[in-house]
Design a binder for this molecule. Structure first.
Ligand SMILES: Nc1ncnc2c1ncn2[C@@H]1O[C@H](COP(=O)(O)OP(=O)(O)OP(=O)(O)O)[C@@H](O)[C@H]1O
Length: 445
């Protein structure tokens, strides 16, 4: 499916019911902060919701009407985006993310008269984590068990209350309002519950029926499902039942890809995954990450945690963040690893798996009295030496790019290129994975 094809396929349904756009409240501008005023071109839609409505309106004449018959409206949309560059990559930046929780130090006996608050101790789960994830790329978070991988992904996916999380997360320089993030993102949990008696195709169709706008015709939902089956590499398994312990069904890797498919039915711009390869053999894990790369290249930012990527998987990852007890011990591309560790004084032996070496070294350091402090400090100075742009991100070129295109316009351009099915809302795979709640049309809580 071409991007433009995708756009018409997904957004040309007859008029959307109000509830379809419940999150994109059509009467209110989206609460995007730092949205620059644009004086020129008054016909450019004022809000993303407005634009989405116009796309819906443009195709009110029925499902079977070829898009070309609506060319005046389609051109209208094109015009709305005509001042935009053909491709404007999304950049998710996070600065100094810090998150701590209070944990009771010891069990308080009911009669000792002391409140547990007196005994509570602060545990830092994330300590000043910064980085950047870009459209078309996969950013992977690595580290030992308990290092903070899931916590970082939760922080980026707005699953930690804003009051407890310090630091900032921005998309193209703008702070993301929670409701907008919900619309443009998806969060894939480690384990999705699937209905064992449904085939792969039926499962995805089920997701399309209940998560895409009611106004989108069955034909278009079917089209989206077929495109997704190809994107997920599930063509050969499309007619196979999911299965369970008692009934043979799809393989573990295929099952994982179906889970991802359920969550990305609305073609999100941001995709968060917690350990998408856990429990899979190396070939199945590779195929899952290959699919994620395909999704990234379709115009999304993919952020995932992973325990120990194989050499082949490492080659698919664009950016890595290694964590140790909530601190960054390495941030950069896989190709930076050899240089980084040799400058640190622990060169990676030739033919050794780079991530395995790094994780082993981190584990060894964690067992020393000073822990990974030296590595954390070294990473900090290495970042400022090798990545000055991140440290002075208000430099000329950055400023220019954020000025020319607001987040709203970037999302609109993305929609016009075929991303994001309007009206799809939920990011909570828990809601969608169990049968009764899955039947909640828009996943609204
Ligand atoms: N609400 C909480 N209260 C106290 N400690 C917590 C809380 N949430 C997480 N932790 C602790 O924070 C640390 C990081 O947890 P997190 O789940 O992010 O690690 P992880 O790297 O994803 O681990 P794994 O690979 O095992 O999934 C762990 O030590 C965990 O026990």
């Amino acid at each position: 499916m071409s991007r433009v094809g995708g756009s018409s396929l997904l957004l040309t349904a007859g008029g959307a019911a109000d509830e379809d756009l419940a999150i994109l409240n059509i009467n209110q501008p989206l609460e995007l902060q730092k949205y620059p005023k644009r004086s020129a071109k008054p016909s450019v839609s004022r809000t993303l919701a407005d634009l989405l409505m116009r796309v819906e309106d443009a195709n009110n004449s029925g499902d079977n009407t070829p898009v070309v018959n609506n060319h005046h409206r389609v051109l209208d949309i094109t015009y709305a985006c005509s001042s935009l560059p053909a491709s404007y990559p999304f950049v998710l930046s996070f600065e100094n993310l810090t998150y701590s929780v209070k944990i009771p130090q010891k069990l308080t006996l009911p009669f000792c008269g002391k409140s547990s608050a007196d005994n509570s101790q602060e545990k830092i789960l994330l300590n000043g984590i910064s980085g950047e994830a870009r459209e078309g790329e996969i950013m992977a978070v690595l580290g030992a068990s308990g290092s903070g991988k899931s916590t970082l992904i939760d922080a980026l996916a707005d699953r930690i209350s804003k009051e407890s999380l310090r630091g900032s997360v921005t998309l193209n320089g703008e702070i993301l309002e929670s409701r907008l993030l919900k619309v443009i993102s998806a969060y894939v949990m480690q384990d999705d519950l699937l209905f064992p008696m449904l085939t792969v195709e039926e499962t995805l169709m089920f997701s399309a029926e209940f998560r895409l706008p009611r106004s989108l015709s069955k034909k278009k939902k079917k089209g989206r499902v077929q495109a997704l089956i190809d994107q997920l590499g599930l063509r050969n398994a499309a007619k196979t039942v999911i299965g369970d312990e008692g009934h043979r069904g799809v393989s573990g890797g295929e099952r994982r890809r179906v889970s991802i498919g359920i969550d990305i039915i609305h073609d999100p711009i941001l995709l968060f995954l917690d350990e998408p390869t856990s429990g899979l053999d190396s070939t199945s894990a590779f195929m899952v990450v290959k699919v994620l790369q395909r999704i990234a290249l379709s115009g999304s930012i993919v952020i995932m945690s992973i325990h120990q990527p194989s050499y082949r998987i490492l080659n698919l990852l664009d950016r890595l963040i290694f964590l140790s007890h909530g601190n960054t011990v390495f941030g950069g591309s896989p190709s930076n690893l050899p240089e980084f560790f040799s400058e640190f004084g622990n060169p990676i032996p030739e033919n050794e798996n780079r991530t395995e070496f790094a994780l082993d070294l981190i584990r060894e350091l964690e067992e020393t009295p000073d822990g990974t402090k030296n590595l954390v400090d070294f990473n900090r100075s290495w970042q400022s030496r090798n990545n000055p742009k991140r440290n002075h991100h208000h430099n000329k070129s950055d400023k220019a790019s954020t000025k020319t295109l607001s987040l709203k316009d970037a999302i609109s351009a993305s929609v016009s290129r075929g991303k994001l099915v309007s009206g799809a809302t939920t990011t909570d795979s828990n809601l969608t994975s169990s049968f009764p709640t899955f039947a909640n049309p828009f996943g609204l809580k």
